[in-house]
Every structure is written in structure tokens, then in C-alpha cells.
Design a binder for this molecule. Structure first.
Ligand SMILES: [Zn+2]
Length: 246
């Protein structure tokens, strides 16, 4: 019998920058292997690996990693993932993120100035570990470019929705068979409320607002937000409010 696709929204907590912060990569798997969506902060490899295995998936079954966008909290462990798997993993991202991920362009947000000011804001106790993590923001090659509107053939179909604004090549993913939208940082949960991308981390808010329009009327009963976790109540009405600027 064919094994049904399973999906788990992972929870990984870090106190690298003081107050604990939880992120939510998504693991999708079936008999043909597993796909991970986003990869945590630098330094979180062991936590991420343990979290995958806790979901009941041997880490060696990972076949591909889909990167929603270039920010350091989404790509931090990719070199360790690659080396743990002997390179046998396909890294997938939107074409507009590729020059950043591969180092032809500098990452948009974690500039040396920004890194220095984040470090300066920390206590002496936290600074050494945080400095190590900031120095380890990786670059790596992208094996497969993803395009808006394409449906990837894995796990019953993964639809790519290009949602620029937070970064140029930010994507959301729709798993129609699971009625799940994986929102990356395009949507967040703040105090129990579904909200759009954080203005202070979103260089092009106008584009990000426009991108919200693309999420209306999708067949989704759950939204996995990288920052906030799973949101499931009154999605169509809340997305309509957000797209209208409320
Ligand atoms: Zn993020």
C-alpha cells in the first residue's frame, strides 16, 4: 500500500539573542523520502536534526530542502545538512534569491552594520555565541530554481507562489492535498493574530502588501507561519482584511 504523505510543522527554540524565539520549519514526507522547508539559524543543526527524527523521519531520508527566502534564520544550517547527507540533497529556491544564496550579491538584511548593532545590543554573556552565529551565515549553491505558479511533483504536489517584498525571491508553498499554506515570513502570528510581514524586516512593504493578494482564496485550512506556528481560524476573512490593509 502506498504510504500517505505526512506533514509536521516543527518547533525549534533558540535563545541566541536573549528572549527565547521559536521557529517553525516544515517537514513533509512519504515513502519516496522527505522534504524540509527552511533550515533554522546558524548553530541549530543538532536541534533541527533531533526535531526531524522526533517526527519519526530518519535524517538520512531527507531528499530536498526548499528555502522560502534568504534570511539567516531560514538558511543557517544548510552547510551542515549538506555535509551530513554527503551532499545528496537538492537545494531549491526561487531564481530571485539565487544570487544572494550563492554569494554573488550580499544578503539584503544582515549587513555588517546590522550585525554589529545586534551584537552591541546584547549582554556580555550572550555576545560570543551570537557573534559566532552571525559570522557563520552560509552561502551555498542552489540546485533547482523554483518559479511562480509551478507545481513540484513531490508529496502529491507543492505549488509555488512567488511573494516578493520581504525579500525579492520570497515564496510561499501550497500543499492542496493537505489544505496547508506554508507562508515563510509573508504571514506571522503575533499575539494570536495573523499579520503580514514585519515592516522593520521588509525592505519593500508595498510589494509585500501586493503579494498578500496572491494568498486570497487559496484552498487552505491551515497556515504554517515560520514565526508563530499554525494558524487555522477564519483564514479567508483575515486574509481579506490584511490584503485591504487592516
Ligand atoms: Zn524569518
Amino acid at each position: 500500500m502506498k504510504m500517505a504523505t505526512q506533514v509536521e510543522v516543527l518547533s525549534i527554540t533558540s535563545d541566541l539573542f536573549g528572549p527565547p524565539m521559536t521557529i517553525h520549519p516544515v517537514l513533509i514526507w512519504d515513502e519516496a523520502g522527505a522534504t524540509l522547508v527552511d533550515a533554522g539559524f546558524p548553530g541549530q543543526f543538532e536541534q533541527l536534526k533531533a526535531s526531524v527524527e522526533q517526527a519519526g523521519v530518519a535524517f538520512s531520508r531527507l531528499r530536498r530542502l526548499i528555502v522560502t527566502h534568504q534570511d539567516w534564520d531560514h538558511i543557517g544550517t544548510i552547510p551542515q545538512i549538506k555535509s551530513a547527507l554527503g551532499g545528496a540533497i537538492e537545494i531549491c529556491a526561487h531564481g530571485d534569491e539565487k544570487p544572494y544564496l550563492e554569494g554573488q550579491l550580499s544578503y539584503i538584511k544582515m549587513t555588517p552594520e546590522r550585525a554589529a548593532s545586534r551584537l552591541a545590543a546584547l549582554s556580555e554573556r550572550l555576545r560570543p555565541e551570537a557573534a559566532k552565529a552571525l559570522a557563520a551565515i552560509p552561502i551555498f549553491s542552489v540546485d533547482r530554481l523554483l518559479a511562480d505558479g509551478e507545481t513540484l511533483p513531490w508529496h502529491g504536489g507543492i505549488q509555488i507562489i512567488h511573494t516578493p517584498g520581504h525579500t525579492p525571491g520570497h515564496i510561499c508553498l501550497l500543499l492542496p492535498a493537505h489544505r496547508l499554506l506554508i507562508a515563510g515570513d509573508q504571514l506571522r502570528i503575533e499575539d494570536g493574530r495573523l499579520v503580514g510581514p514585519a515592516a522593520e524586516h521588509t525592505p519593500d512593504m508595498q510589494a509585500a502588501r501586493h503579494s498578500l493578494q496572491k494568498l486570497l482564496d487559496l484552498p487552505a485550512d491551515r497556515i504554517a507561519c515560520y514565526h508563530g506556528g499554525v494558524y487555522s481560524s477564519g483564514i479567508p476573512a483575515r486574509l481579506a482584511e490584511l490584503a485591504a490593509g487592516r
